[in-house]
Design a protein around this ligand. Structure first.
Ligand code: TGC
Ligand code: FAD
Length: 389
């Protein structure tokens, strides 16, 4: 029997439109040419050429790709999910660059911004000329952003922002930060050019995960902004949480890309690695592992596609996004760890992508809502009772 790639077993391609297949192929080629050959070095050195990559991703139409107008590609949500899957097959950090740009920073402006903010920022963000970040998390308020301390006070018609944001992807390289702060009436969002006096973004170093991604603190020291800097359409926590739905949706596909890459690597390795004088792939214990992993990967992609169709139909609910994010990351991290066992000692090196994916997925498990937060969101939907507090 001719060996089949894991997702071919499920005939996933038959569920995709021609356009979706074509978009996924373009992204896969980009990852093969521009990410795979270099990512182990970026990871080892804890760096990534974010600006260069952003321009290339922009030229492919991948930044804010499922948004409409203002230079955005206007693809389906499912196509965006598939692009996330292909990008994360390269590295979670590259998918994160795209998620934060498109689903968090651009989406916030697209959904909640004024016409002037949209015209100023979205076209250069779509091309990758301008990079955005999204500051919600604070040192003491991660899972519970409702407690945030960063505040915005009025001074005449100006706004003055003070506070600290933590763990902010793209922070040190961003041209514009969407910052969430507590105003007198409600949590509000602000579009902050990063060259505004009082704004700084020191990079967070010594990370053991997401090393090919920039993560920063945002320090806002009496940052003075004009009245026009506030996002007029967002009042209350629902504003930032609406953006998280978008990025979490991308992760429901994306994490499975990392899992697919691990499984394909393990399959290739097991096919050529001989133990006890025959290929590892021929041992029953290896096949049990491979079969279980292929099953979880395929089920995950089927769920993600279902969510994609719901989103394209305008029917996707936040608790359904939680199902997808929780499942994709939990299964992907399990697959990455299991694949690592198949590679033996070779699996712990950067010569193979498996350990890098496994380490990255530790961050993905935590950001965009930890697994526990998504379990509680699902628990709330099942029981009607909120158990966060
Ligand atoms: P709660 O009282 O439930 O809700 C407050 C208001 O928000 C509304 N809402 C939502 N709206 C849109 N989408 C959602 N998913 C929503 N969830 C709730 C809700 O209806 C209410 O609206 P209103 O009009 O009545 O005021 O809020 P809570 O304080 O009890 O918190 C709920 C909880 C815990 C689920 C929420 O705080 C949460 O999701 N926490 C996790 C925080 C998080 O995920 N942070 C991520 C930061 S960004 C990031 O990690 C980027 S990583 C890089 C990358 O993406 O690649
Ligand atoms: P905590 O909230 O302190 O949680 C610690 C533990 O307690 C977790 O296991 C959690 O599940 C559990 N817990 C918390 N509350 C409950 C509860 N009610 N019931 C049961 N268990 C609970 N944030 C941004 O705003 N923008 C970004 O661009 C961004 N990028 C990131 C990039 C990286 C690499 C990382 C690692 C994080 C990033 N984050 C970003 C922050 C991320 O969203 C937070 O780390 C995440 O929301 C969790 O917050 P925390 O780390 O403070 O953990």
């Amino acid at each position: 029997m001719t060996p089949q790639p894991p997702l071919a077993l499920f005939d996933i391609d038959s569920l995709l439109s021609e356009e979706e297949t074509a978009i996924a192929a373009v992204v896969r080629r980009f990852v093969d040419d521009r990410v795979r050959p270099y990512v182990a070095d970026w990871y080892e050195h804890g760096t990534v050429p974010a600006r260069e990559l952003a321009r290339e991703l922009g030229s492919l139409g991948l930044l804010g790709m499922h948004l409409h107008g203002y230079g955005c590609a206007g693809t389906s949500a499912t196509a965006y999910g598939l692009a996330c899957l292909e990008l994360e097959a390269g590295d979670s950090g590259i998918r994160s660059l795209v998620s934060v740009q498109g689903s968090l920073a651009m989406f916030a402006i697209h959904e909640h911004g004024s016409e002037e903010q949209k015209r100023q920022w979205l076209p250069p963000m779509a091309t990758g000329e301008a990079i955005g970040c999204f500051g919600l998390t604070e040192p003491d308020y991660g899972s519970n952003p409702a407690g945030m301390r960063t505040h915005a006070r009025r001074d005449g018609s100006d706004w003055v922002l003070s506070g600290t944001k933590m763990w902010i992807t793209n922070g040190s390289v961003a041209d514009v930060a969407v910052v969430w702060a507590r105003a007198d009436d409600a949590i509000r969002g602000f579009v902050v050019p990063t060259d505004t006096p009082g704004f700084s973004a020191p990079e967070i170093t010594r990370k053991m995960s997401l090393r090919a991604s920039i993560t920063s603190e945002l320090v806002l020291d009496e940052v003075r902004l004009p009245a026009a800097a506030v996002l007029p359409g967002a009042r209350g926590l629902a504003g930032p949480l609406s953006c998280l739905n978008e990025a979490r949706f991308g992760i429901a596909f994306g994490a499975l890309g990392a899992a697919r890459d691990c499984l394909e690597t393990a399959l290739a390795y097991a096919g050529q690695r001989e133990v006890f004088d025959r290929p590892l792939a021929g041992f029953q214990t290896t096949q049990l592992k491979l079969a279980d992993m292929a099953l979880e990967l395929g089920k995950g992609v089927l769920l993600a596609l279902h969510l994609g169709r719901l989103k394209d139909g305008g029917r996707l609910r936040p608790e359904q996004v939680s199902l997808g994010k929780l499942n994709a990351v939990r299964e992907a991290i399990g697959i990455a760890r299991e694949c690592r066992t198949i590679l033996g000692a070779a699996g712990i090196t950067l010569d193979y992508p498996v350990m890098r994916h496994a380490a990255n997925l530790e961050s993905v498990l935590t950001y965009e809502g930890t697994s526990e937060i998504h379990q509680l969101t699902i628990g709330h939907a099942l029981t009607g009772a909120k158990a966060f507090r």
